[in-house]
Design a binder for this molecule. Structure first.
Ligand code: 5GP
Ligand code: ZN
Length: 114
């Protein structure tokens, strides 16, 4: 999908600070970080929103959480804790329509989110 900014990062057309790669997922630092560590974890396959996930995507979606575990360990966050969140559609604040886990850590995170 050439009009998708995250597909363009996967293709190498747009630079990103990539911190983790697997056969199905990629993680890179958010351009507008909301915490000392703010990574985005995306599948290599384009899926627009959580609403578009189907039974054939289970392994891919699971791999996003394995990636989150690895990134959290790399960033030294595993012990203290961190948050992963995926926004779905406008009311939740989704702005890029290629699913992504936000991984946030390195500070105390309040709950509930706004
Ligand atoms: P959403 O609002 O869809 O849940 O999150 C999209 C995230 O992507 C935002 O946190 C935003 O800062 C980040 N983002 C948007 N464009 C780029 C980009 O070109 N590069 C990087 N690294 N992050 C981006
Ligand atoms: Zn995409």
């Amino acid at each position: 999908m050439s009009d998708c900014i995250f597909c363009r990062i996967i293709d190498g057309d747009i630079p990103a600070d990539i911190i983790y790669e697997s056969h199905s997922a990629l993680a890179f630092r958010d351009i507008n970080p909301q915490a000392p560590t703010h990574a985005l974890i995306i599948p290599r396959q384009h899926i627009s929103t959580i609403n578009d996930i189907d039974d054939t995507h289970h392994e891919i979606v699971g791999s996003l959480f394995s990636a989150a575990r690895e990134v959290a360990a790399q960033e030294g966050l595993a012990e203290d804790g961190y948050r992963v969140v995926m926004n779905c559609n406008e009311a939740a604040g989704q702005t890029v329509f290629h699913i992504h886990l936000h991984l946030l850590g390195g500070r105390n995170l309040s709950w509930p989110p706004g």
